[in-house]
Write a protein that binds this ligand. Structure first.
Ligand SMILES: [Zn+2]
Length: 384
């Protein structure tokens, strides 16, 4: 057994954590670039904590998905404002943008030099500026991952800037920031978190450290996702989902993912579908396809036993079958406000193209069994 585990240098978790931020980041410099979503008001408590501690801030609000040009503009702005470090407060897109900006503040050359697939894929030479990640959703776990997903509209793909040197300096997870997240966004981001706990647990690079995060996280998501969606002010449900998201991030960054995320990359590049919605629509069908393929072609694979364990946790029944776990997820997805992929324009005529691209995605390579093109196509059709 060989594995490696790396994460943010420091993880701070708890209600109100964001109000103490200034104390925690004084050592990183006197001016922060603060990347926010479209509504910078969410950052107010955090900004006043910086001011109280004598730290200046330059706010960089962004909307939609991060594109290469967003990162380039952010780097130029940070340099003009003489920022020493970067804070992102927002969803996964905002965190990924800040992560990429902090990285490119210290690495020379163009962003494209370092991007996989569409760029030259060079390794980063230097650690970026200190980066503090503060999630306001509970799903992506981006506060502890080592890549930033960026969209290239001209190539119609999403690609990653990736390096162990991109792990955030500090991850601050304050569940209170998620209390006013609307039900639909709570549902899709929460189902992304659940996917990011199930896929690393059955994937080819699972290891004992990521396993323990997955088991605990699946348990928390199973008991709290519905409650967080339908009663957003529920303190313990929100804390559970913030932890589930964090644990999913720890697991995926150190183990890998699977076919759901193999599909999510190309679909996210081709259609205006939020990542969480794509994962939600595909999760039960990919679980079913994997279980069927494992039974048919590799019945002694450890992943099959793990699907039984997942089912036991989800259904709270130690004797549950793997299929009962799939049914539980299917019921959860249909009870929550989650659209199917057809709602984003994905049709039968796109299936072959998506399957071809997904088969080569890096996440697909960690799936516990190789799914055939026919199996992938059939799985995708069920999510349309
Ligand atoms: Zn995901």
């Amino acid at each position: 057994m060989n594995f490696e585990f790396a994460t943010a240098t420091r993880i701070v978790f708890g209600n109100g954590a964001v109000r103490q931020l200034g104390q925690n980041v004084k050592t990183y410099g006197s001016r922060a670039l603060v990347v926010t979503g479209a509504n910078p008001r969410r950052a107010e408590n955090m900004l006043s904590s910086l001011t109280e501690n004598g730290i200046g801030s330059s706010v960089f609000p962004m909307t939609g998905e991060p594109e290469i040009v967003t990162v380039e503009n952010g780097v130029a702005f940070a340099k003009k404002e003489q920022c020493d470090f970067v804070i992102s407060i927002g969803g996964g897109s905002v965190i990924d943008t800040g992560k990429a900006i902090a990285t490119m503040m210290k690495n020379e050359g163009a962003l494209l030099d370092y991007l996989e697939i569409i760029g030259r894929g060079q390794a980063l030479k230097k650690r970026g500026a200190p980066f503090i990640a503060i999630p306001t959703t509970a799903g992506t776990g981006a506060e502890v991952t080592r890549n930033a997903v960026l969209a290239s509209p001209e190539h119609k793909v999403k690609v990653s800037l990736r390096s162990p040197m991109m792990l955030p300096t500090v991850a601050v997870i304050d569940p209170e920031l998620t209390y006013d997240l609307p039900p639909a966004l709570t549902a899709t981001t929460g189902l992304d978190a659940l996917t990011q706990l199930i896929e690393p647990y059955v994937c080819l690079r699972a290891n004992p450290m990521t396993d323990s995060f997955c088991v605990d996280g699946i348990h928390r998501a199973a008991r709290s996702l519905r409650e967080a969606v339908f009663n957003g002010q529920d303190e313990s449900a929100r804390a559970d989902m913030s932890l589930a998201s964090l644990f999913g991030g720890l697991a995926l960054a150190n183990a890998g993912l699977g076919a759901v995320h193999g599909f999510a990359g190309p679909i996210g590049g081709m259609f205006p579908a939020p990542h969480g919605a794509v994962c939600a629509a595909l999760l039960p069908h990919v679980m079913a396809a994997n279980i069927r393929a494992l039974r048919e072609r590799d019945p002694h694979n450890f992943a099959l036993i793990r699907y039984y364990r997942i089912a036991a946790i989800l259904t709270d029944n130690p004797h549950a079958t793997a299929d009962a776990g799939v049914e539980w997820v299917q019921k959860l997805v249909s009870d929550l406000p989650v659209p199917r992929l057809g709602a984003y324009g994905l049709r039968e005529e796109h299936v072959a193209d998506v399957v071809a691209k997904a088969a080569n995605a890096s996440s697909m390579k960690a799936n516990p069994i190789v799914l055939t093109p026919e199996e992938l196509a059939q799985t995708l059709r069920l999510a349309l």
